[in-house]
Design a protein around this ligand. Structure first.
Ligand code: TGC
Ligand code: FAD
Length: 390
């Protein structure tokens, strides 16, 4: 571990890692530092990503759908998956999105709700990163309230005709298979729409100033015909897509600890070497107060992630507990990155340091996978028994 990372581990959490977990963490950390970190500024600034190439490299590393069992997936623990999310997001949230949309949203939807034939057809190639998936739930007029979706699927003999638009879909234009959620006469159902199906297109969203190292697209479904064999047979109602969100939100709880850790480590190094008024800025009490607050907050996010990992590995995690983690950790990570930026002064606003890049990425993370307000209301409902969404 670098000196700054060592110093940030005030509670010595690192020592408690099991050997297998440490090996996996260190392998992914090395890949992230050797293969991803040297290019991230360029990818972020240019708003491009060699996503197909990277998906195959993530696949070779075994991290795509790593917590699923069989079908070429390694059956890792939830906590190991979390450690991997943290190492990837320590480089950039957009790269973690590539991993989590593939494994926790697209692959998980097929794994949890698909037919045996659908699983055999898609999961092994997706685990290798040879096939890419996306997850289409959000629509232009239906974000926090997916129950209001307008995308509709209508039966036509042995087929379904799907019409509607999905918005803000990660990996949309790259995807070989889109998991599309649509309203039917029997309620919400999930469909697998393959790239190249007539009537289906996925133009990219441009001009993003957050999550620039990630592909974001619209999905346009203009009377797209798919056979009933492409319907996910086990997904009935909104709990289908919401179940996938619980998986992906768990990865985010861990992932953002990596972004915050990376920002804080860079800041600790900077504060020790930047001199003003004749001494390192790390020697001023005001700077030390900021560093102490941020370091304590970072470790609290890591403890929260670990606890949720324990609960998930014990098979007794509840959705509101994942909301606890998303609510607490994304807010804390965002605050750490913003405060860290202030310590870097003017240097903090460039991409020479990772700090503001992490902060602007976390603005998206604060909003996707359930906005901060949605998770506030989920916790409020759990505490009071009163639903305040409507
Ligand atoms: P509600 O009546 O509460 O629930 C409908 C049914 O679903 C069940 N359920 C869940 N099941 C599993 N996991 C969860 N987290 C669940 N939440 C609810 C619930 O028990 C019920 O089941 P049943 O059997 O009674 O039918 O539904 P609602 O319409 O009142 O909505 C509740 C609300 C607001 C919490 C939900 O709509 C919500 O979470 N909204 C936020 C939408 C969201 O997060 N979208 C994310 C899109 S994907 C994305 O952002 C990917 S970003 C890329 C990346 O991850 O990197
Ligand atoms: P809205 O729902 O319109 O919310 C706007 C504001 O109103 C928020 O502050 C919200 O909290 C608040 N608000 C809404 N309802 C309430 C309420 N009841 N009480 C209090 N406040 C409320 N979606 C996918 O399906 N798949 C993806 O792969 C995907 N990837 C994404 C990638 C990026 C880069 C981004 C930015 C988004 C992505 N999303 C994806 C969409 C994301 O999930 C939505 O942006 C999110 O759910 C919020 O929806 P919205 O943007 O329509 O905001």
């Amino acid at each position: 571990m670098s000196d700054a990372l060592n110093r940030l581990d005030l509670l010595d959490l690192d020592s408690d890692l099991a050997d297998d977990d440490r090996l996996m963490r260190d392998t992914v950390r090395k890949f992230a530092n050797d293969r991803l970190r040297p290019h991230i500024r360029e990818w972020f600034e240019d708003g491009t990503l060699p996503a197909r190439e990277l998906a195959q490299e993530f696949g070779a590393l075994g991290v795509l759908g790593m917590h699923l069992h069989g079908y070429g997936c390694q059956g890792a623990t939830a906590s190991q998956y979390g450690l991997v999310c943290a190492e990837v997001e320590a480089v950039d949230s957009g790269l973690r999105s590539l991993v989590s949309v593939q494994g926790s949203l697209a692959m998980y939807a097929i794994y949890a709700y698909g037919s045996e034939e659908q699983k055999e057809r898609w999961l092994p190639g997706m685990a290798k990163g040879e096939l890419i998936g996306c997850f289409g739930l959000t629509e232009p007029d239906s974000g926090s309230d997916p129950g209001s979706m307008r995308t509709r699927a209508v039966r036509d003999g042995g087929d379904w005709i799907i019409s509607g638009n999905k918005m803000w879909i990660t990996n949309g234009s790259l995807a070989d298979v889109a998991v599309v959620w649509a309203r039917t006469d029997e309620g919400v159902r999930g469909f697998l729409v393959e790239r190249g199906t007539p009537g289906f297109s996925a133009p990219d969203v441009h001009h993003k100033i957050s999550l620039r190292a990630s592909v974001t697209s619209e999905l346009i479904l203009d009377d797209v015909r798919v056979p009933d064999a492409n319907r996910l047979p086990e997904a009935t109602g909104l709990k289908g897509p919401l179940g996938c969100l619980t998986e992906a939100r768990f990865g985010i709880v861990w992932g953002v600890t990596g972004a915050a850790r990376d920002a804080l480590a860079a800041t600790l190094d900077y504060a020790g070497s930047r001199t003003q008024f004749g001494k390192p800025i790390a020697g001023f009490q005001l700077t030390q107060r900021k560093l102490a607050e941020m370091a304590v907050s970072l470790q609290q996010t890591q403890l929260t992630a670990r606890r949720l990992g324990e609960l998930k590995d014990a098979g007794r995690i509840a959705p509101h507990q994942v909301s606890f983690g998303k609510f607490a950790n994304v807010r804390a990570a965002l605050e750490i990155c913003r405060e860290a930026r202030s310590i870097l002064g003017g240097s903090g606003i460039t991409t020479e340091y990772p700090v503001l890049r992490h902060a602007v990425n976390l603005e998206t993370v604060y909003t996707y996978e359930g906005t901060h307000e949605v998770h506030t209301l989920i916790l409020g409902s759990q505490l009071t028994g009163i639903d305040a969404f409507r």
